[in-house]
Design a protein around this ligand. Structure first.
Ligand code: SF4
Length: 422
């Protein structure tokens, strides 16, 4: 408790709450839940969090706190910020230890509408939308392609970053609110949007965007080139023992791939990123951990081509310089002429972002220029009865932002249901 007590007491309980209002995508009331922890009122701490999130156990562990809540903490101006992530995890763990349930905390406010909503995809956005709808008395059914819920929390984030027991507790707590689930149901295979449109008052699409984007360089089709998202999701890893692996990208998927591959026995893992460390989208701590695990980083390097006969043998890289360009908010990497060089590689993992599966093109919904489902400010797609959120709708790619989109879409669905009821 000593260490946690120190972290609790370190908070200044600022009246303006920049950590909540500016930093946290979900606007969790951070100083208030920390105050409740200080009073050892664990139920109240959990209640405060549950007003805005049903994923506190997960977000406390895997959110990029440095870029979100902790990045806006007043304490961080002159020293270290409050360890908000650790405290959020602690609040959730205490709630689980004491068997406080979401049902007990938010369930009693249930109103009954005779309305039904289908949610396609039980990841962070879908689970959050389900909880915030069902607590208002809407009948919710989640259609999930796997035989488990959690989405990328289960198959996209390695166990060393997120203990799956936390996901299971989170999911069970949400299901306990009275959410129905139909497993092994996949849009485009054994589930049709038109059928759901007939049965439900609204539909929320939240089945993610998990196809790794390609870079379009020569040699990308060679044997031994993998998409980072697919590798993490399907776990179809080759034998890495004694092999040299190049991971291309600077986000958390790149970090998860590099660290997973290293743990699976790769001799040498190098991350190639075209900007500098300070510009990496990955959480600072993830990069730090990767460096401690002897993963090498080739910053300001770009991949030119992948070389090999059938199978990857080498990659050609080029060094970059960062320049400020008009109209660009970030420094732009520009290749330095004649700085090309080659390094050996057995496998190349592309972790440069992801897009939705191709069946999305056939749903009859408008897509944006990146291939995500287009939504308006109310989370509605080009079909007013169908809403979308999370990665599928191109929402900024963190779990907290996906959860935010689920919660806000639920609010908009409710508003429209209420309008229709009056
Ligand atoms: Fe506490 Fe930091 Fe938030 Fe202030 S900004 S209330 S110190 S967590």
């Amino acid at each position: 408790m000593g260490d946690i007590e120190e972290k609790i007491n370190y908070c200044l309980h600022c009246k303006v709450k920049p950590c909540s209002k500016k930093g946290c995508p979900l606007n969790n009331d951070i100083p208030e839940f920390i105050s409740a922890l200080k009073d050892k009122n664990y139920k109240e701490a959990y209640e405060i969090l549950c007003k805005t999130t049903v994923l506190s156990g997960v977000c406390g562990r895997i959110c990029p706190h440095q870029k979100q809540c902790q990045g806006s903490c007043v304490r961080g101006i002159k020293g270290k910020p409050v360890a908000i992530g650790d405290l959020e995890s602690f609040a959730f763990d205490k709630a689980m230890e004491n068997n406080y349930t979401l049902k007990e905390i938010i369930g009693e406010k249930i109103k009954k509408y005779n309305k039904k909503v289908a949610i396609i995809g039980g990841g962070p956005a879908g689970l959050t939308a389900a909880a915030f709808l069902v607590k208002e008395g809407i009948q919710v059914t989640i259609y999930e392609k796997y035989d488990y819920l959690g989405g990328l929390l289960v198959h996209g984030i390695p166990d060393f970053r997120l203990d799956k027991k936390i996901v299971a507790k989170t999911v069970n707590n949400i299901l306990d609110l009275g959410v129905e689930v139909k497993y092994n149901k996949e849009l485009g295979k054994n589930l049709k949007l038109e059928d759901l449109e007939e049965k439900y008052d609204a539909i929320f699409l939240s089945f993610g965007a998990n196809c790794s984007s390609k870079m379009g360089v020569e040699g990308e089709d060679l044997q031994g080139v993998y998409g980072g998202n697919e590798l993490l999701e399907y776990k179809m890893h080759p034998k890495y023992e004694g092999k040299e692996v190049i991971v291309v990208g600077g986000g958390n998927v790149a970090m998860d791939c590099a660290r997973t591959v290293k743990r699976l026995g790769a001799k040498d893992v190098k991350v190639v990123y075209r900007r500098a460390r300070e510009q990496m989208p990955a959480e600072y701590k993830e990069v730090e951990d990767a460096i401690n695990e002897k993963i090498e980083f080739l910053f300001q390097n770009n991949i030119v081509k992948i070389i090999g006969n059938e199978k990857v043998e080498k990659v050609e890289l080029i060094k970059t310089k960062l320049v400020q360009k008009e109209g660009e908010t970030r420094l732009v990497p520009v290749n330095i002429e004649n700085s090309n060089y080659e390094i050996n590689a057995d496998y190349v993992i592309m972790a440069l972002g992801a897009h939705p599966e191709s069946f999305v093109n056939n749903l009859g919904l408008k897509l944006n220029k990146w291939g995500n489902i287009e939504i308006n400010e109310n989370y509605q797609t080009s079909n007013q009865k169908i809403y979308a959120g999370g990665d599928l709708a191109g929402v900024r790619g963190t779990v907290a932002w996906a959860a935010y989109s689920g919660r806000e879409a639920a609010r908009k669905i409710l508003e429209n249901i209420e309008k229709e009821a009056n």
